[in-house]
Ligand binder design. Sequence first.
Ligand code: GTP
Ligand code: MG
Length: 315
Amino acid sequence: MRAAASALPTLSALTTGDKRVLARALAAIETDAGSKALAALLDAACAAARAHVLGLTGPPGVGKSTLASALVTRARARGETIGVIAVDPSSRRTGGALLGDRARITTDPNDTGVFIRSMAARDRLGGLSNETIAAMVLMRAIYDRVLIESVGIGQSEADISFAADTVVLCVQPGSGDSLQFMKAGVMELPEVIAVTKADMGAAALRARSDVEGALSLASEHGWRAPVVAVAATRTEGLDDLEAAISRHREFLGEHDRLAQRRDAQERSWIEETIRARFGTDGLAAARRLALPATGAFTKELLIAGDLSRRLGAPA
Ligand SMILES: Nc1nc2c(ncn2[C@@H]2O[C@H](COP(=O)(O)OP(=O)(O)OP(=O)(O)O)[C@@H](O)[C@H]2O)c(=O)[nH]1
Ligand SMILES: [Mg+2]
């Protein structure tokens, strides 16, 4: 059923925390794509951002969902509200059913302080779709925390850094893949590295020292990624992980770093979308446009409208 644009909730209705209102807004991300009203709502939500956005990434099976579950439980125990997005590379819509749901995060269905949504990935591994970005923006205006789980190995971690304030890369004892990328400098450095399944004894210890060795010289923009060992199934190492995440959050709070990071993210959302629709020439033309000061989502609409008028590309 197509929701009419008028069914779009207002920001103040959204921020009451009523899950049905959020569900309605999430549906509108697809049904109302390209509408001014949706862009205005998303821009208002961007301006009302309140959550810290944590990105959990790493190869399939590394323990991301188990860790996410543990972090959700701890956040709720502290009285914090949390929205979770599980980006699922394997999900395919077949006959209306979303297959291969990787959220596997169990919570109390009556708890109004937690909202979990699985979303399909873009074609690339770990790739975030426009819908995922929009869902994050909505949840960020509602909850105290947002957590995005996304599969990624190697370069694709960069994708989650377009949405998250703090990226935690999960690596597993005995698997050298992420490590190889890091050593080769191919990988965008995460802000925190979690060696999962630390209950696996010597292999976990070795993994941790391997990662620390690989990172010994790496430090990006004044932040050196801490390496933390966690055993989510035994709820071990979670204090250390949360402390590392908090330290990065404090780091972002200094010198306007958070605002700069989010500005850069918004620019990359616009560029990605314009490039995907109008190519590199379109992007170059967009850079020459004089645009009024608006939020990123409205700006993207204005650019797309202008380019499709001038280039005759589909609006
Ligand atoms: N021994 C041990 N096993 C764990 C731990 N955390 C997760 N696992 C197991 O690892 C397997 C994968 O865990 P998930 O949390 O589903 O991993 P994931 O990274 O979310 O997997 P995908 O979403 O499929 O990529 C499960 O069988 C978990 O029980 C841990 O701390 N210790
Ligand atoms: Mg998972």
